[in-house]
Each structure stands twice: as C-alpha cells, then as structure tokens.
Design a binder for this molecule. Structure first.
Ligand code: AMP
Ligand code: MG
Length: 485
C-alpha cells in the first residue's frame, strides 16, 4: 500500500457522531479520471492513484491500513421540512489528509454503498450525477468560488436503477470538512447539548481557530459561518449559478459549496430561474438564494442558542443581530461583485444601476455569461458594441442601457482588468454537461474530458473552443436537472 497516512480527527469524536462502516464491493471498478493537480496539492502520488491499488481505494474496494471509514450522522430541513435523521446514506469518509499548506481535508467517497443511514436508498450513485459533480466542482475551483473538490471518478461495473437503468459510479470528494448545518441540527433536536458543544468546539478548532479567544466563541462562530456564506452566495450570483437544493444538510459550515446534485448555470437571464425538477415552488430560484441561506443560518442559530447564552432572550437578540448582518454583508459583496463585472468604479453608489441592468437583461432575454463577456471585450477595446446589442431582443432598450453604462462605468485600466477577472469566458453550460453525460452513457468519455480541460482555464479564450462559449440551440436546451438520488 502507498504511504497514505490518513488522520481521523472526526472519527475521534464520540461514537454517536457517525457509524463505522466499510464501502461495498463492486464487480469491476475502472478509473474515469483522476485530478492530477488536486492530487499534487494533497501530496498524493498520481502513479499510485491510477494503479490498481489506487483505483481500489478510489472506488472503496480496498483501503489503506490507515483508513477508518465512517458514515457521518446529520439531520436537515429539506425544502422546509425537517428530516431528523439523514446522514451519509451513500458515502464514506475514509479519513483526513493535510495538504502542503497545512490545511486539513476530508477524503470521502460518494456512491460507495449502503450505510446505517441509507433508509430506503441503494447507497449508490449513477454516472451522470458523478460526472456533473466532477465538472461543476472543478469549474468552481477554477473560477475561484469555494466548493468541495473532486479527486477522481470511477465506474463500478454495475448498474443502478433510477428512472432507467444507468451505469454506477463513485466520486472521490475532497472537502475542508463535511460538517453541515444539519450536523448541528441532528444533535440539537435530540436535546444533546453536550454533543452540540463538542461539535461547535470541533468546528472552531478546525475551521475558525482564531475564534478560540473571542469573548463569546459560539456567537462568533455563528457570525463567521454567516459571513462566509454571504460571500459564497454572492459569488454564485455573479456567475448565474443556481444550486438547486439548498437544504440545511447541503450547507457546509466551512463555507464551501457542497452537493452539486441538480445545480446548473443559467443561459438566458431570468432572476426566478430554477432547474431542479423537484423544486416546484421555486424555493431555491436564483434570486432567492441569499434569503434561503439566511433561513438555513436561522436554523443553525437555533441549534446554537443555548451555547450562545444561557438566557434565552439574550441569546435570541444576539443571534438576530448576526442574521441581520448576514443580510448587509451579502448586499455588500453582491454589489462589489456586480460592480466589478460591469467595470464600475470601486467607490460610489451602484446598487440602483445594477438593479436596472438586471431588469434590462431580463427584459431583453439576454444570455448571462455572454453579456458580461461581450461587455468586457467592448470595455477592453477588443470590438464594438454590436455583440452586446445583439444579445437583446429589443434594439432601443439595448441602446438606452448601453448609453447609461457608458456614462456610469469607469474606463480605467484597473476596471477593465477587474472585468476580465470576474467575467468568465467559459462556464459549464448545462447542455454541454448533459452532452458529456449522454456520450459517457454510450461509452465515450472524450466530451467529458474535453469539457473539463476547457473549464479549468475559464478566463482565457482558448483556441478551437468557441463552441463552448455559446448558449444552446433550441434543440440542445436542457431545461431541467435531477438530484439523481
Ligand atoms: P442529497 O439529495 O444527495 O443531498 O441526499 C439527501 C439524503 O439522502 C442524504 O442523507 C443522502 O445520504 C441520502 N441519499 C441520497 N441518495 C441516496 C441513495 N441512493 N442511497 C441512500 N441514501 C441516499
Ligand atoms: Mg446532500
């Protein structure tokens, strides 16, 4: 066995935090792709990872001696309703690795078999959702948006039953941790105050060590988690990303995007855009994401209340203050991001102009990514206004907006640089993700590899890749996504 020395800070917590369980055997594990850059960051040997032994680990077949696989316990509000027991129903945390800069990461397998938390599920993952998570998580990393990473994807050689029969796969996920808002809820709803405290101390130690000395570390923890979420959601908004399943079990406390199940990037801009087939009420629509994050943080605050202050009224007042500050922090980040995207001066009052811009984009049926991309080229003197204007359905409206922008924008070099750094050329367009999955189902992984190779450099125009910039033709459009569970 290769010298992988897993550590186990989470498995050292009390037994009721998890179940010890090994991944399941599968007939014929086969590597689809390994993430060499991430492997290097984690100090893992790529030759070993791609060897039979490495693939055996990445698919959960045979683990290094130092692994101590566990399934973590958690609860969660799913679409507003509380499920008191969820937990890793198809995932195993193998252990932790400390990367070259000293940051501790979980190595976790998803789709690796049944656990005591599987309920009626089969413990498996289908190939499509595994490829989607690989593509979008690595696109996120390249875009500079915090999220869990993908170390590898493997085929299992067996089929899983969803609406149809699909190939099974396992994703090897890397995250700063897998503690979620729902992990706190799991203990709080069981009135296990001791466990809530142990978990809070663990999260402070692992993710927010600077808070150890805070006057009230638990209130400071709530605030720190809220502030990271404020920045994260603002970043999602800035690339037209819709997470799709912002349940409290899918909100991680280190501030990384987690669970790339039914997520997608918008093509044509509409603020109420939803992709997920099960989100019938539009609960997690693009423009509701900050509100939903605040809702989730309120659930976290409830779980932490007793730790924040023994006096309930005092604890509630302090928590409410933090939740309000989440709102203002989010607004500030959102305005900063869209100001940069539009090339506006760093100082100044831009909220109203951003609002008007989004209204014009919506009314004009404008493609979100192309709009900012063409605007960046215009600002950088790489072309005329034609491509921007052509995105709008109504020429007059487009011209009026453009005149307003011309008056408002900062024409400095640093504003143009800011636009280039915040307006990607390539995003994982939903139809391209779907095409990669369809081809993979037919045994052809070339489109998957090609798409990923482009997305790891999202801000640079790449030769021969113009088609990845384009929105779908009507017959290519993929209006809906599925959890794949
Ligand atoms: P997700 O939709 O992936 O966030 O999953 C929500 C909950 O359902 C988690 O507790 C998962 O572990 C569980 N789950 C999802 N899919 C499966 C499956 N195929 N087998 C067992 N549990 C599952
Ligand atoms: Mg989940």
């Amino acid at each position: 066995m290769a010298p992988i020395r897993f550590e186990h800070s989470y498995a050292a917590l009390p037994e009721r935090f998890y179940a010890r369980i090994y991944p399941e055997r599968v007939p014929a594990p086969r590597l689809i792709r390994v993430n060499e850059a991430l492997a290097a960051q984690l100090g893992l040997d790529v030759d070993w990872l791609t060897s039979a032994e490495g693939v055996a680990m990445l698919s959960g077949q045979s683990l290094p001696d130092t692994a101590e696989p566990i399934a973590m316990a958690y609860a969660g509000h799913q679409f507003g309703g509380l499920s008191p027991q969820l937990g890793d129903g198809r995932a195993h945390l193998l252990g932790e690795l400390v990367d070259k800069s000293g940051v501790r990461f979980d190595l976790h397998l998803k789709g690796s078999g049944r656990t005591p938390f599987s309920r009626r599920g089969d413990g498996k993952a289908a190939l499509g959702p595994v490829l989607r998570e690989y593509i979008v998580s690595e696109a996120f990393a390249a875009l500079g948006i915090p999220g869990t990473r993908t170390l590898a994807a493997t085929l299992t050689g067996e089929t899983v039953m969803r609406e149809t029969v699909l190939p099974g796969a396992v994703l090897a996920r890397v995250a700063q941790s897998h503690v979620r808002v729902g992990t706190f809820q799991y203990f709080a709803i069981r009135n296990d105050a001791e466990a809530v405290r142990v978990l809070a101390d663990y999260v402070i130690e692992r993710h927010y060590p600077e808070l150890r000395r805070a006057e009230n570390p638990y209130l400071a923890l709530l605030e720190a988690i809220a502030m990271r979420q404020a920045g994260l959601i603002a970043q999602w908004m800035g690339v037209g990303f819709i997470h799709g399943v912002m349940n409290t079990d899918n909100m991680q406390v280190a501030g990384e995007t987690i669970d790339f199940g039914p997520c997608a990037f918008m093509d044509r801009f509409h603020p109420g855009k939803v992709f997920s087939s099960i989100d019938e009420q539009g609960r997690y629509a693009w423009d509701r994401q900050a509100g939903m994050a605040q809702w989730n943080l309120t659930r976290l605050a409830e779980a932490l209340l007793e730790l924040i202050d023994a006096g309930q009224a005092k604890a509630v007042a302090a928590a409410e203050d933090v939740l309000r500050r989440f709102g203002s922090a989010y607004e500030k980040q959102y305005t900063r991001i869209f100001s940069a995207k539009l090339g506006l001066a760093e100082e100044g009052e831009h909220a109203a102009f951003i609002r008007d811009t989004l209204t014009a984009m919506r009314d004009g049926g404008v493609d979100f990514t192309l709009f900012f991309r063409h605007l960046t080229r215009l600002a950088g003197g790489e072309g005329d206004a034609g491509p921007v204007l052509q995105l709008f359905q109504h020429r007059e409206q487009a011209e009026a907006w453009l005149q307003g922008w011309d008056r408002k924008r900062s024409a400095t070099e640093s504003a143009v640089r800011g636009m280039r750094q915040s307006n990607p050329v390539y995003i994982p367009r939903n139809h391209r993700v779907e095409q990669a999955i369809v081809a993979a189902h037919a045994g052809d992984f070339a489109p998957f590899h090609a798409l990923l190779d482009v997305l790891v450099r999202p801000f640079e125009a790449q030769v021969g890749c113009a088609h990845y910039e384009l929105p779908p033709e009507p017959h290519e459009e993929v209006p809906e996504t599925f959890c794949g569970t």
